[in-house]
Design a binder for this molecule. Structure first.
Ligand SMILES: *Cc1c(COP(=O)(O)O)cnc(C)c1O
Length: 385
């Protein structure tokens, strides 16, 4: 069986050593020494000044929205994990969807500008599959209209843009350290900001708003994480370079093996270092996508339709027709990608996909059919004259 992802696990004895230290201290949670050590090592690794480790990537988004005191409408992407949209609604704001770019699958800055109203307070964009948005264009629009920017960077551990961690952009960036992500602490997440006041505010918010034992500075929630989770993060951080390297090699091998497939792969910004967190394939047709998906499943290889359906179809949002996103969600899947996957697994997967394409009944693609029909009508008009 090959699943779409498998959580990375360090050597059990490395985790055991941390467990022993937790037992010795009997300090289990509430900003303990391992949480502090983890935050420090993360800052060193990412070469950034400020971050807060929180309980998960969804709470990170909620704290970000709360800390920026967002109200009214937030312009966001329809192509992301559900938490990007649900956090907006959970915080009492209204998601307004702007369509995505056909080649990067990230929110389209041109569509953002058109969606701004007097009620817009912010832009919440996802760097989908770890591939940075058009950060500069988004920031420019935000500055022009006085909007805040949050980047959902849940896919981005290890991604760099213009020589810096992509976590450094926007008013706040958030990430997830969930077990299915490239780098994880079982459950976990983080908020990033370069603004020290905002950081302080979020630190209070993470811990019930406590300022010392008997004083409260802010409205807060429980967004803390435990020593046990920090311990897993500390173990995994030692392997992250190895993980990034392996994923890069696998991704390049996929690309090489899939030449000739009637599909495309995301374009990305210049001056960017990818973390290869996912391997998305955008098929030319939905039929070919479904055929590949089912042929792979027959061989017990499970891909996922990340992301399907469009978030603009959720039951608790105002529905919107977004032609680019609506078309992409019907044709895109992510192929298996995880540390213990081998090149021979990839040989198998890609062979099945190319075979699926060859055996597929060749029907004209929709555009070819349209052209054929146009020609036919043109000819009819001519002959009838
Ligand atoms: C995983 C993910 C989240 C949520 O993270 P959790 O840690 O699972 O709460 C948010 N946004 C995106 C884009 C994600 O992929």
């Amino acid at each position: 069986m090959i699943p779409v992802t498998k959580p990375f696990l360090p050597k059990a004895k490395e985790y055991d050593a941390y467990l022993k230290s937790i037992w010795d201290r009997q300090w289990l949670t509430n900003n303990g020494p391992l949480v502090n050590e983890f935050e420090l090592k993360l800052k060193n690794y990412l070469n950034i000044e400020h971050l807060l480790y929180v309980s998960n990537g969804t709470v990170a988004l909620q704290i970000a929205i709360k800390a920026l005191e967002l109200k009214g409408e937030i312009i966001t992407t329809p192509f992301s994990f559900v938490a990007t949209t649900s956090s907006i609604v959970w915080e009492g704001c209204k998601p307004v969807f702007a369509d995505i770019e056909p080649d990067t699958y990230n929110i389209d800055p041109k569509k953002i500008e058109a969606a701004i109203t007097p009620n817009t307070s912010a832009i919440l964009a996802t760097h989908v599959y770890g591939n940075p948005c058009d950060i500069d264009a988004i920031q420019e629009i935000a500055d022009k209209h006085g909007l805040k920017v949050i980047f959902d960077a849940a896919h981005c551990f290890g991604t760099q843009y213009k020589g810096r961690s992509v976590f450094e952009y926007g008013d706040i960036s958030t990430t997830s350290f969930h077990a299915t992500k490239l780098f994880h602490s079982i459950e976990g997440g983080a908020v990033f900001t370069r603004n020290p006041q905002l950081l302080k505010k979020m630190a209070f918010m993470r811990n019930f708003g406590h300022n010392g034992q008997d004083e409260y500075s802010e409205l807060g929630i429980n967004g803390k994480n435990s020593e046990f989770h920090a311990a897993m993060g500390l173990c995994n951080l030692k392997y992250v370079d190895e993980i990034l390297k392996k994923r890069k090699a696998l991704s390049l091998y996929y690309l090489q093996k899939l030449t000739g497939l009637k599909a495309s792969f995301p374009k990305h910004q210049d001056d960017y270092i990818s973390n290869h967190s996912y391997f998305p394939v955008l098929f030319d047709t939905k039929e070919l996508m479904l055929k590949c998906l089912s042929d792979l499943e027959t061989e017990k290889i499970y891909c996922r339709r990340y992301f399907y359906p469009s978030l603009s179809s959720l039951p608790y949002v105002d529905k919107a027709a977004l032609s680019v996103c609506d078309s992409i969600v019907e044709r895109i899947i992510c192929l298996p990608l995880y540390h213990s996957l081998t090149h021979s697994d990839l040989d198998l997967i890609t062979r099945i996909m190319l075979r699926a394409q060859n055996y597929q009944v060749q029907e004209p693609s929709s555009i070819e059919a349209d052209i054929a029909q146009l020609l036919e009508t043109a000819l009819l008009v001519k002959t009838s004259k």
